[in-house]
Design a protein around this ligand. Sequence first.
Ligand code: SF4
Ligand code: SF4
Length: 161
Amino acid sequence: MPTKAMFLMIRQLLQRPFTNPFPVKYAPKNVTKTIEKVKLGQMSINNPIPVPDGFRGKLKYDPERCIGCRLCITVCPANAMEWIPEVRKIRHYVTRCMFCGLCVDVCPGKKLPGETAPVKALSMSKEFLLADYDKYSDNLIVEPTSKEQSLNNQEPSSDQK
Ligand code: SF4
Ligand code: SF4
């Protein structure tokens, strides 16, 4: 007797894969030559599947919209956020992050002059290629830039207090 699991299995067999197929049919003997052939149009490869909307990749942080409420630090289950008291902003360690998106959900953000609604200071990008030799490399730490830090060294506005 057909079960729900069987229907699911058949449906998944007929669906397109969610993962990227290997770029070429067989592992090439010489990767450099294969890439050159692709560049010259002598060979085609499987293009990567586009990153879907709603993908939870590397966190993006807009310090200008951060009001320093620290809600993101409170909800983060991975302790991936650090408070920078001198500038009343946050620092994010990508290598600790588990990409749950809770910090984005709670972030109230800020409304800038001319805008009708606040925009979150945190959002999730589509960036997912995050391998690095150094877990403290610039690529894996998201924080206010030095320019933004100097701007925010000024007295906090009323909504930041
Ligand atoms: S996405 Fe989740 S784990 Fe990563 S910083 Fe935000 S709350 Fe923490
Ligand atoms: S990033 Fe968002 S949640 Fe975190 S301190 Fe700034 S405003 Fe608050």
